[in-house]
Design a protein around this ligand. Structure first.
Ligand code: GDP
Length: 441
């Protein structure tokens, strides 16, 4: 995951600080020198690093901090606060006009940055908020860009407007606006053309669109993996087009993280969202405070909770609760729970967000064991899944063969379910009697 190295280094520096008890000015300065090195190695813009370290130092060598009971903790707190400030302090929402007006979003970026994917990801988000987005294929140069947009739009259930590759992007955008008015779309998202590098023709084309279409927000998509290049690209786009915000893609990769930490400070423009994978659901709102705590190894509990809530189906949860009360939990429910967990990105990805999880990276998470469990349940008939009591030895033998496992693994799984049911019975007994120890205990 991004920031892993930086995060490890900072945590080591902090561990030393905490371990020291009283701190001298020299201790703090030495620690901050190490912080500086760590940030530079993470490819953070050197001016940004210099300012950052100076500010932390000014605040941290004050007598209040050094004389406090926990100076190490105080320094860490200051680093955390300054990092949040560096990342932009507040979460900035994408600005949209009221639903009865058309918001035009001009999406731009270099080729390969992830623009077309991101446009579709964002359209899905807007759709789920009740908007009616229209994707507009203005990238007439990159082979297959139009088709890619169409495929992604279909996946998201969002309409795509295209006129092939024989028209000028400005004319496509104009026609799309008319189409949007006629058909009641309220967000027009222009997927503009990128190039491999910044060039005049590309900028002029974008400026022409901006001058002739009432663009409400200009959003730049940049690739976090390109480090300082992403920062330079942002600076140039901002100079030429005055961007309103940045979407930073591929933060799921092993990028060192420098772009995320520099863009806001260098351009003054906020990061609105971050791309966390290739799937169309992998776009997350950007929270400076959560990102800072992730970098500083304090985990990202809040994102974890959000994720759980987004994937959580309330009706199903209620059904499950009923079943638990009646101790009717069966293999169908078991399967459902496993799929829920998978939807949230699997155990390894969830663990990455927990505090101190950086240290857990050597522990192998056996996602294969989950796959085995799944295979066993899939080898059961409908009747067996919903009524595990009928599982006699010959059925178990058949299931084991179907799943390609030993019969002992089937037995273990059945036992696991039985135990869960037993616990549920005891639980519901307690709840049923309406009070403490009223049940079987
Ligand atoms: P465009 O040329 O800017 O339109 O870029 P594309 O949308 O075609 O994306 C280029 C590649 O980056 C594709 O393979 C995408 O799947 C991939 N990509 C886009 N966003 C992300 C992201 O957040 N994480 C990862 N890992 N890959 C991404």
């Amino acid at each position: 995951m991004a920031f892993e190295n930086l995060s490890d280094k900072l945590q080591n520096i902090f561990k030393n600080l905490r371990g020291k008890g009283r701190l001298s000015e020299a201790d703090v300065k030495t620690a901050l020198k190490e912080v500086k090195m760590a940030l530079l190695e993470a490819d953070v813009n050197f001016k940004v690093v210099k300012n950052f370290v100076n500010t932390v130092q000014e605040r941290a060598v004050g007598q209040d901090v050094l004389n406090s009971l926990t100076p190490g903790q105080m320094v860490i707190k200051i680093v955390n606060e300054e990092m949040i400030r560096l990342l932009g302090e507040q979460t900035v929402e994408l600005q949209l006009k009221p639903s009865n007006e058309i918001t035009v979003l001009m999406m731009c970026g270099l080729q390969g940055a992830g623009k077309t994917t991101t446009v579709a990801k964002l359209a899905g988000k807007l759709k789920s908020k009740g908007r009616k987005p229209l994707l507009v294929a203005c990238d007439i140069y990159r082979p297959a860009a139009i088709e890619q947009l169409q495929i992604n739009g279909d996946k998201q259930g969002v309409s795509v407007f295209s006129m092939g590759d024989k028209h000028k992007p400005l004319n496509i955008a104009k026609a799309a606006m008319e189409h949007a008015v006629k058909n009641g779309y309220n967000v027009v998202m222009l997927d503009t053309a990128g190039r491999l590098h910044i060039d005049e023709a590309m900028m002029e084309e974008l400026q022409e669109i901006k001058a002739n279409i009432n663009v409400h927000q200009t959003i730049l998509v940049v690739d976090a993996m390109t480090g300082q290049d992403a920062v330079n690209v942002s600076e140039l786009f901002n100079e030429k087009l005055s961007i309103d915000g940045v979407i930073l893609t591929k933060l799921d990769g092993d990028t060192r993280g420098g772009a995320a930490l520099s863009i806001r400070a260098v351009t003054g423009r906020p990061i609105l969202y971050v791309g966390m994978g290739e799937k169309l659901s992998d776009l997350e709102q950007f929270y400076p405070d959560r990102m800072a705590s992730r970098i500083l190894g304090m985990g990202d509990i809040l994102t974890l909770i959000d994720k759980a809530q987004a994937e959580f189906d309330e009706t199903k949860a209620k059904e499950l609760e009923k079943k638990i009360k009646k101790a009717e939990f069966d293999f169908n429910d078991f399967l459902e729970q496993m799929q829920q967990m998978k939807k949230m990105g699997g155990i390894s990805s969830l663990l990455g967000m927990l505090p101190g999880a950086g240290k857990l990276k050597d522990i192998e998470i056996d996602e294969n064991a989950l796959a085995t469990t799944e295979a066993i349940i899939y080898s059961m008939t409908k009747a067996e899944r919903s009524n595990p009591d009928i599982l006699n030895p010959s059925r178990k033998k058949r299931i084991a063969a179907g799943a390609g496992v030993d019969i002992s693994e089937v037995n273990a799984l059945v036992k696991q379910l039985e135990q869960s049911r037993k616990m549920m019975k005891q639980f519901s007994g307690m709840m049923g009697k309406g009070g403490k120890h009223g049940g079987k205990f």
